[in-house]
Design a binder for this molecule. Structure first.
Ligand code: HSE
Length: 414
């Protein structure tokens, strides 16, 4: 029998306990060992839990118990998770986590400690909730050079955008629903401002390219400025608005990485991924496009990935699985201002005809975009390919000419 501990008894943590207990028999068959939850760490009391006797508020109970071989960290956040995970690894315990913030910010260091101590540090649940993506990328696609990864990586924002697109539901109401369903982060700013998706694309980029890409290096924009008007323009253009995390390897070895809302053509494989579902497209040089699809958030989908990692650790208690990347630096990332893209722009002017003419002078390849029910002073257009810094200059010049720019959204090449 292998003793494990679960740190955190929130949405995911309680799911991990539920899956481990409800599937105990089949899990034991797959792990070739019975798995027993010896401790559950939480500062709150759970007197009604059937495992009430396993709860502790003291991390040292877990750290100092040599019987505990595998620890699941499902607390979220960097503090105190980082300290706890680091000390468990230093003590030679394997750790599995669903904590994307921890992996995105401290992954290189924790992976190095795991390697030094011959322990495992696994994080399948940190990206895509219940979708298998870390293991397929590190094992099944290992023969490929990854040309590009692009995905809808945040269930909460995808749920909100879907409600806005399909039901014209206001942003705030859709966010409240996502919180009630247990999809959103404790602080939903991390979802709606793009940080959660950024952490996930950083993990995938680090895995694919072997160097830690830190979230601070990544252009990150969320969906807080997306309005129902933009959603309707996207529809008139022939697509939908989605929050996309995207990374590409450039010829000079740098990565071009971003998280931002994008117009996606209806024919794209990512356009039909709705509600809480995530979709991740991995473009390999040998495989071509491979798309992973499933529930990207929620108690049991995420818990299922955590428990799969626990099983893997139990099967590899003495033989470490190689999974990891080296440390990285900002020079690994291409500045966003150099990125070539086309955009949709929505603006307001008392003379929309003149304003549109001005736009055609300032931007390359301007095409008007119209929609039913447009406001009187409103006009919109799409551009051809331009450098991001030139787009910003043109937007500033529009504003200097008294034209109010209301939205600018990238048009995806997916
Ligand atoms: N808040 C996250 C999401 C949870 O909505 O995708 C899963 O990582």
């Amino acid at each position: 029998m292998v003793q494990v501990a679960v740190m955190g008894h929130g949405v995911v943590g309680s799911g991990v306990v539920e899956v481990l207990t409800s599937h105990a028999e089949s899990i034991a068959k797959r792990a070739k060992e019975e798995i027993n939850i010896k401790y559950i760490l939480d500062i709150r009391e759970f007197p009604d839990s059937p495992l009430a006797d396993r709860f502790t508020k003291n991390f040292e109970d877990i750290l100092n118990d040599e019987e505990v071989k595998v620890v699941a960290e499902v607390m979220g956040g960097v503090n105190p998770a980082y300290d706890f995970v680091k000390r468990c690894l230093q003590a030679g315990k394997s750790v599995v986590t669903s904590n994307k913030e921890l992996v995105a910010k401290k992954g290189a260091e924790l992976l190095a400690i795991a390697q030094e101590k011959n322990a495992n540090f696994l994080f399948e649940a940190s990206v895509g909730g219940g979708i298998p993506i870390i293991r397929p990328m590190s094992q099944c696609l290992a023969a490929n050079d990854v040309i590009e990864i692009a995905g809808i990586l945040n269930g909460t924002t995808n749920f909100i955008l879907t409600k806005m697109i399909r039901e014209q539901m206001p942003f705030a109401d859709a966010l409240k629903m996502a919180q009630e369903l247990g999809y959103a982060e404790r602080n939903p700013k991390a979802d709606i401002e793009g940080d959660d998706a950024c952490r996930k694309i950083c993990i995938l980029a680090s895995l694919a390219y072997g160097k830690h890409i830190y979230p601070d290096y990544v252009n990150t924009k969320g969906i807080t400025e997306i309005t129902l008007d933009d959603v309707l323009y996207a529809d008139a253009w022939g697509g939908v608005v989605k929050l996309i995390g995207q990374v590409k390897k450039l010829a000079d070895g740098k990565v071009d990485i971003t998280v931002e809302p994008m117009f996606i053509e209806r024919s794209s494989q990512l356009a039909g991924i709705d509600d809480v579902f995530n979709g991740i497209l991995v473009r390999g040089d040998a495989t071509g496009d491979v798309v992973f699809y499933g529930k990207g958030a929620g108690k049991l989908p995420t818990a299922s990935a955590v428990v799969a990692d626990i099983i893997d650790c139990v099967k590899h208690l003495s033989a470490r699985k190689y999974l990891g990347w080296a440390d990285g630096s900002e020079s690994d990332v291409e500045p966003y201002a150099n990125t070539i893209m086309s955009v949709y722009v929505r603006a307001e002017s008392n003379n929309t005809k003149l304003a549109f003419e001005k736009a055609t002078e300032l931007f390359i390849g301007v095409k008007p975009l119209t929609r039913n029910g447009a406001k009187e002073n409103e006009f919109a257009f799409t551009t051809g390919d331009m450098k991001e810094s030139d787009i910003e200059k043109a937007i500033k010049a529009l504003e200097d000419n008294g034209i109010k720019v209301l939205s600018k959204i990238r048009i995806s090449d997916l």
